[in-house]
Design a protein around this ligand. Sequence first.
Ligand SMILES: [Zn+2]
Length: 238
Amino acid sequence: MPNDVLNGIVLRVTDYRESDRILNVLSRERGLITVTARGSRKPKSKLAAFSTQFTFGEMEVNERAGKLQLSSAAVLESFYSIRESYEQLLSATRIVNAAEHIAARDIANDDLFVLLYHSLSVIAYGENDPKDTELAFFAKLMKLCGYAPSLTYCLKCGRDLRGEKEVRFSNSLGGSVCERCGSAFITVSTLTLEALRRMMLIDITELKRVRLPEAVRKELVPLLYDYTEYVFDFKLKR
Ligand SMILES: [Zn+2]
């Protein structure tokens, strides 16, 4: 079978056998794929540089008995500076974990690929807080997957909430609820919801400009993590 050339980001690396690695890769052309990088743990392996988490590159793969093997790979971007701080590493890890959970196997999702690529790039090289890029990633991911929360009206009584200072947020209803209808749900300021709404709408090239006030970030982290876990039914690393 002829080799297939794919562009991909390494989401997860697992050691296998004596010197191999198994790579879970989000490819632009085929969505989520699993590729074996044979011998990539040997010091002189030409596959070693590509076979690390977060790396973006061009791969040549071939299929044997239904399994993909990496035959060559060129690193186009290692995003090495993600490893410069624990905060950057944690944010990047959470977004690649989410991408892996959401991506469909063997089905291209260009929007997801582009969102992940830009987010990793801003976490690696941007001057804003990596947490803000991470939150913008999750906000845009919700929109991309059709789970954009409703943030302007009460989901129970329909009341316009824009004049309120604080409202409630319900994961199960998918957005904001007024104080009267939602006393069982978490309280959130409308300023935070406005930040969330804007992040869902910004162009991907604007990710590097996202700078949240500390109070907003503090409210948005648990809200967006809980909502993401609820919607996609998986656990984020906290
Ligand atoms: Zn209401």
